[in-house]
Design a protein around this ligand. Sequence first.
Ligand SMILES: C[S@@+](CC[C@H](N)C(=O)[O-])C[C@H]1O[C@@H](n2cnc3c(N)ncnc32)[C@H](O)[C@@H]1O
Length: 284
Amino acid sequence: MGFYQVADLNAAQCQFLTDTALKASGVNVDPDKRDFLHLRISRRLKALGLDSFDDYIGILKREPGGPETRHLVEALTTHTTSFFREGHQYEWFEQEGIKRLLTSQPESAGKLTVWSAACSTGVELWSAGMVLMDRQRQAFDLRDFALIGTDISQKILKTAHSATYSTNEITGVSPLRKQRYLMQSKRTFGASDQHYHRVIPELRQKARFEQINLSALGSARPFTVDVAFLRNVLIYFGEEMQKQVLDGVISRLRPGGILFTGHSEAVPKRDDLDTLGPSIYEKV
Ligand SMILES: C[S@@+](CC[C@H](N)C(=O)[O-])C[C@H]1O[C@@H](n2cnc3c(N)ncnc32)[C@H](O)[C@@H]1O
């Protein structure tokens, strides 16, 4: 395969590209990160067979908010995630959180709804689902649960919906949970004989996935949840947008509901949240 030479990216082009992504998604990339922008966006030029950023910008200008804008946002974000990431939050959820949620709203009749607000490949949501299914095996207080996964990326939502992962992607799942909640394909792939592993139908049927742009949450259909995971996505937004997104997510939590954020994402002190643990909050 030949080396694909893409022209330089100048300051005005960087500004246009970052402004376009910001307007479409709230994703706030510093226009001075020219090497980063060049690396990420030149892949789009290659895919489209273009050799100049002006031609690429021409496409974005011809169809404002169109499919290429979605590709641009996709190129500037990452989907890094893993099962049981920041494991102490799941341990807290299992040992304390579920009981707390069920007793703080007895009229919910033992039903909980969990939302993963930037769900990427879905593994954050399936991890919560596994904890909830474990609970149903051990106690009778959790009658039912529903899982909602949302993300801005249609592409990644397809992966989440398929609920199928390679052996490398499921290393965070304990052997017992693998046995209970994942089905292994007979077929192998890759040099290291990886298998595919699919979430069992009983868990899949609890979940629905949909595209929601957190920077335009106000225009998404309304729903209320008991638990919201808002992890490793606030980092993409500027200060004002972070507050707007937090306001929007918290408004969809019922009083007594739990919010999990990423470890690197400090939530400023707010009157509507009590801190229960590191990156664990309760809506007052
Ligand atoms: C690093 S992943 C985090 C995945 C998961 N929450 C976790 O912590 O493991 C960030 C995700 O945020 C999504 N994202 C970025 N901007 C978004 C926006 N404006 N609205 C919704 N999702 C967004 C990306 O598509 C990506 O899947």
